[in-house]
Design a protein around this ligand. Structure first.
Ligand SMILES: [Zn+2]
Length: 444
């Protein structure tokens, strides 16, 4: 008996998304335990362990979704076509008021099911009830960076979200290898968290070397509020508090001025681009080109299902690139290679997991997906052409084309069948929980 599970993927095309853009039209990849042992051309890689023939599938690194709120899958399709304030006041917050640990867990399971079905192997979450949802994330087999939300006002979970968040991180920290849950703090946003709480959160994150996952400058209204209150932009206010000296991931990052972008670059603040959510709520457009020109690191996220309705990161990637091209009147902006990198290795960089995931290289963790090249969206496929492969992933494929997924070497989905979850129970629990929320929320 072998001590570690070894298998070799064959009969496939492999796009590694590594620093040298290596790709193998007829490739093989051997996985040993949770790591990639070898990746290369068919004739270079001996068949070792179990042989897994992939019917010509296209193998690439698993997608990394750097901003989401998994609890909100229960709110899906309940409050569309509203203005931001009506959406929050009349629909989101009344429903959120009826969440509890059990319903948050049901929502998270549903979200994980959709992440898997869409090719997302790693997601960066932010919500309350972190202690209740972390086991669900862990059981799903996905890699999850989970930011326990901190909000100045009492939350649906607790009077003191700060204390709950600290307790969660202390409980889960150091067990990432076993759980695949990377705990961190999620102070919500400059308009919902006090200066004192931001400072305390930043000190805690520095001490424990964990991510600080927040929202910055999602709307013009937020900027106006913070300017009126503190006389600074949200970015400059956070900088004055010393918060940006941390490893910070800032969702949205839309309404940034030149000085803000210089601060992002100086502090290595990571921006998560959430194009579909930003379009739906008419929040604005991230200044993508300007951020890149300032040297700011950008990745991509779906945001929650309440402001996206779907967790299809590949589709969002295409939308995100297209709106930037149109707005900048430049079809060459944000090319297919850059798009694929944004959803894989750049996401890994944002979470500081790029030493482990984000590309297919020996020694890295085996987090990968296989696209079904029989899907009409993927035909014709020119396996010998790197640019054609990047374009196929960036522009043609969608989540439904993901046929197989493995995380940390273990199969999570095979031939579209999710192996880590009881999908019928997940569906039933989520349906029941969502019906409860709709019934009990006092909708205007
Ligand atoms: Zn968000």
């Amino acid at each position: 008996m072998q001590k570690t599970n070894t298998y070799t993927l064959t009969n496939c095309t492999i796009l590694t998304v590594d620093g040298s853009d290596r790709f193998f039209p007829r490739g093989r990849m051997t996985i040993e335990g949770n790591q990639i042992l070898r990746v290369g051309h068919e004739h270079e890689i001996p068949l070792a362990g179990e042989i897994v023939a992939l019917d010509g599938g296209l193998v690439l690194p698993g997608l990394v979704n750097t901003h989401t709120h998994s609890h909100s899958s229960l709110f899906k399709n309940q409050a569309d076509d509203l203005t931001l304030m009506d959406w929050l006041n009349k629909a989101m917050w009344p429903m959120e008021a009826h969440l509890n640990a059990q319903r948050a867990a049901a929502a998270t399971a549903l979200s994980c099911m959709e992440y898997i079905a869409s090719g997302i192997t790693t997601y960066c979450d932010q919500f309350y009830f972190a202690e209740a949802i972390a086991p669900v994330a862990s059981k799903s087999g996905l890699r999850c960076m989970l930011g326990a939300t901190i909000f100045e006002k009492p939350s649906v979970e607790t009077e003191d979200s700060f204390a709950a968040a600290i307790a969660f991180v202390e409980h889960w920290l150091g067990r990432e290898e076993e759980t695949l849950v990377y705990p961190c703090l999620g102070p919500h946003a400059p308009y919902s968290v006090s200066a004192a709480q931001f400072v305390r959160a930043a000190e805690f994150c520095r001490k424990h070397d964990v991510l600080l996952h927040t929202h910055i400058s999602e709307t013009q209204d937020e900027n106006d509020q913070i300017l009126a209150k503190y006389g600074k932009t949200p970015t400059q206010w956070l900088e004055s508090l010393g918060v940006l000296e941390n490893h910070v991931l800032a969702a949205h990052s839309i309404h940034l001025d030149e000085a803000d972008m210089r601060i992002y670059a100086k502090r290595n603040t990571h921006a998560s681009y959430n194009p579909v959510s930003n379009l739906k709520l008419v929040s604005g457009r991230m200044p993508y080109r300007a951020l890149r020109e300032h040297g700011v690191q950008v990745s991509i996220g779906t945001d929650g299902a309440q402001s996206n309705n779907s967790m299809d990161l590949l589709r969002d990637l295409r939308t995100g690139a297209l709106i930037q091209k149109l707005a900048e009147n430049d079809a060459t902006l944000f090319n297919a290679r850059e798009m694929v990198r944004l959803a894989t290795i750049e996401g890994a960089v944002a979470l500081r997991l790029d030493g482990q995931i984000g590309s297919l290289e020996p020694g890295k963790r085996a987090d990968y997906i296989v696209l079904d090249t029989k899907s009409p969206r993927l035909v014709p496929l020119h396996r010998e052409s790197l640019s054609n492969l990047y374009s196929t992933v960036a522009y043609s494929a969608c989540g439904a084309d993901v046929r197989n997924m493995a995380v940390n070497g273990k199969w999570v989905m095979k031939d579209r069948e999710i192996l880590t979850m009881d999908c019928d129970s997940v569906r039933n629990d989520a349906q029941e929980a969502s019906e409860y929320l709709v019934l009990h929320s006092a909708r205007a």
